[in-house]
Design a protein around this ligand. Structure first.
Ligand code: GAR
Length: 207
């Protein structure tokens, strides 16, 4: 099969700085085996939607509230993914845990970025600033970010890449979050997306 690009959908809920890192990487040619075709937000006020618009990427909003339940929301997300022939899903600050039936359907085709060195400070309840609050409370001297495949265990899928970041004595959850994003998340997420897209393309060529 002569497919040139892996079709990527990015799922977001908030600011979308990781989405921006992916857009920048695509523009610079760091991501060359995949194309971001669609952004899906489960929050209509997510600033990530404006980033998508500025970059000329189609976006849509699918919320649990509008759909009536988490299951219906997932059904609508799947329908949208299928309509757009999406091959690879990237969770970039998507604050909703996907069900087992969803993750099984897209086995090894969903990538998440998590703001700690898994298996530390991860799993249910560890998201956003809470992760950094927990790291500071524990007094660890090193934290970072992890990209991984998504399976039925929250933050439990196979690790793709990790990058460590030093914690400073005067860090607050906010300063730490910013540094982890800049030095780790925005670096390893685009690289991971390119790596997996390339592997998927290679596999298609073999078949
Ligand atoms: C990022 O730090 C991301 O790693 C984290 O939320 C933030 C989203 O920021 N995700 C999780 O905690 C998932 N468990 P962004 O919207 O600016 O990319």
């Amino acid at each position: 099969m002569d497919k040139k690009y892996i079709n990527i959908a990015v799922l977001v809920s908030g600011g979308g700085t990781n989405l921006q890192a992916l857009i920048n990487a695509q523009n610079k040619g760091v991501i060359k085996s995949g194309k971001i075709r669609l952004v899906i937000s489960n929050n209509k006020n997510a600033y990530a939607l404006q980033r998508a618009q500025k970059a000329g990427i189609s976006s849509c909003v699918i919320t649990k509230k509008d759909c009536g339940s988490a299951q219906k929301m997932e059904e609508n997300i799947i329908k949208t993914l299928e309509e757009n022939q999406i091959d690879l899903i990237v969770l970039a600050g998507f604050m909703s845990i996907l069900s087992e039936s969803f993750t099984k359907k897209y086995d090894r085709r969903i990538i998440n970025v998590h703001p700690s060195l898994i298996p530390s400070f991860c799993g249910e309840g560890y998201y956003g600033l809470r992760v950094h609050e927990a790291a500071l409370k524990k007094g660890v001297k090193l934290t970072g970010a992890t990209t991984h495949f998504v399976n039925e265990i929250p933050d439990g899928g196979e690790i793709i890449m990790q990058k460590a970041v030093n914690i400073k004595a005067d860090d607050t959850p906010q300063t730490l979050q910013k540094r982890v994003m800049r030095l780790a998340e925005w670096q390893i997420l685009p690289k991971s997306v390119e790596k997996i897209s390339q592997e998927m393309l290679n596999k298609l060529e073999e078949n």
